[in-house]
Design a protein around this ligand. Structure first.
Ligand SMILES: [Zn+2]
Ligand SMILES: [Zn+2]
Length: 68
């Protein structure tokens, strides 16, 4: 899978490193960010936040939208 943003710019040689967890499009390392995120685990009925962070990939467009 090639990076969507690179393809939009006319470049079709960059492989995506993963799919954006928000929009689902593939993005390369230059057009995406891996951000840390917490994981909620329900212990019985009480939501617990995991002590270890998880991660997710977001593309530049979604990252900008999240920060706006
Ligand atoms: Zn790219
Ligand atoms: Zn996205």
């Amino acid at each position: 899978m090639h990076c969507y943003d690179c393809a939009q710019a006319g470049r079709h040689d960059r492989d995506g490193i993963g799919a954006c967890t928000r929009c689902g499009l593939f993005a390369c390392a230059d057009h995406s960010r891996v951000v840390r995120t917490t994981v909620q685990r329900p212990i019985g009925v009480i939501p617990m936040t995991s002590a270890l962070p998880s991660r997710r990939l977001v593309c530049g467009t979604c990252r900008t939208a999240e920060a706006a």
